[in-house]
Design a protein around this ligand. Sequence first.
Ligand code: PLP
Length: 418
Amino acid sequence: MIICDDLRPQIGGKMKQIPMLDLKREYEYMKADIDAAIRKCLDHQKWILGPEVKELEDKIAEYIGVKHCIGVSSGTEALVLSLRALALKLKGKEYFDKSDKVITTPFTFTATGDAILRAGATPVFVDIDPVTYNIDPIEIRKYLTRNSKLKTQNSTHVVGIIPVHLYGQPCNMNEIMKIANEYNLFVIEDVAQAFGGTWNGSKDSPQKLGSVGMAGTFSFFPSKNLGGFGDGGMISTNDDQIAEVARMLLKHGGKDKYNVDHIGYNARLDTLQAAILLAKFKYVDEFNERRQKIAEVYNQELSGIKDIILPTPQLSNPSTPYFTDDHVFHQYTIRVNNGKRDELMRYLKDKCVSTMVYYPVPLHKMKVFEGRYRMNGDLKESESVVHDVLSLPVEPLMGKEMIMKVVETIKEYFKISN
Ligand SMILES: Cc1ncc(COP(=O)(O)O)c(C=O)c1O
């Protein structure tokens, strides 16, 4: 049996583990900036809402092109707080009612659906586009058309949509915003996996993800394209009221901590995390480009393998303007046909190549959502894709040799299995 070496992969050595991500290596690359940022915090000792939090909020607001960014304790809290702020704005109530429905994808991390429940509303799962794995606007429209016919018999109504830019690939925001405007729905973009991504829906004015909908929510979980040294998140919005309420909710629910207005949280972004994120922010565009270059190599080298479907920049609707450089490859995810995914995964593991399955279970099949969701149609694309997807290592600092080792091992498997 081959023993994989868990140390940092170095080509030339024998069977070094190729990790999905190598945060130690990234730290070494940025060490001077990160150490200086931490040192600054040690000097000033302003651990709660220190100056770095506002500095990061302002920098990211400028980068994304929105009026407000609000630092919070995680991407999950960013979703919950945005939804709660919208309940207060739209209904004047602390929480949504169960009869308020929010459309989202079942093929995402649990937090997207869970946040809808925590805000009091009911998630409606709508199937994905089988090409991009993102929520399919055609299916959203189908659901809304059917729902408006039913509306008179049943008092439920749809209040919003949460599209998730899965794996770093933008959803079709032109269509989603068009539908939202027609049906008077809010849109919260879940940008947890797509920091720095752009929507080029209109060629003249590309927009950073998180500035297209009414709000955007980001995660700074360590493995994200912009990741901290712990949990963290952010809300982006041009809406003054959402920003104001979110700022209240993140610190117990009031402008005045000792005389509060709403049921709030302790959901502040740590000063220390903000300082580290500020240091890492300097590198985010470079790292996203590195991810895109790695994806290009995978695309070239893996094309032509019969049982693999590569991530594709094409949306199912070819009339939508779309450019390949939109995808920031938080994950490089292939689809493995003919039930070979798990066997390929095991083969790669034996050869010291890490892979991951994002996600093995669609949200509507999880116990937590039992009896708490609605669905549109049979969600067959989401139910099928969970058996086929496989994410390959995308460490922005990985060299060509390591990428080629992944490629060669995959090719080896297919020669063996054919
Ligand atoms: C799509 C999506 N939404 C929300 C979240 C939640 O972010 P966090 O882990 O920072 O709470 C994640 C994180 O994995 C995510 O991938």
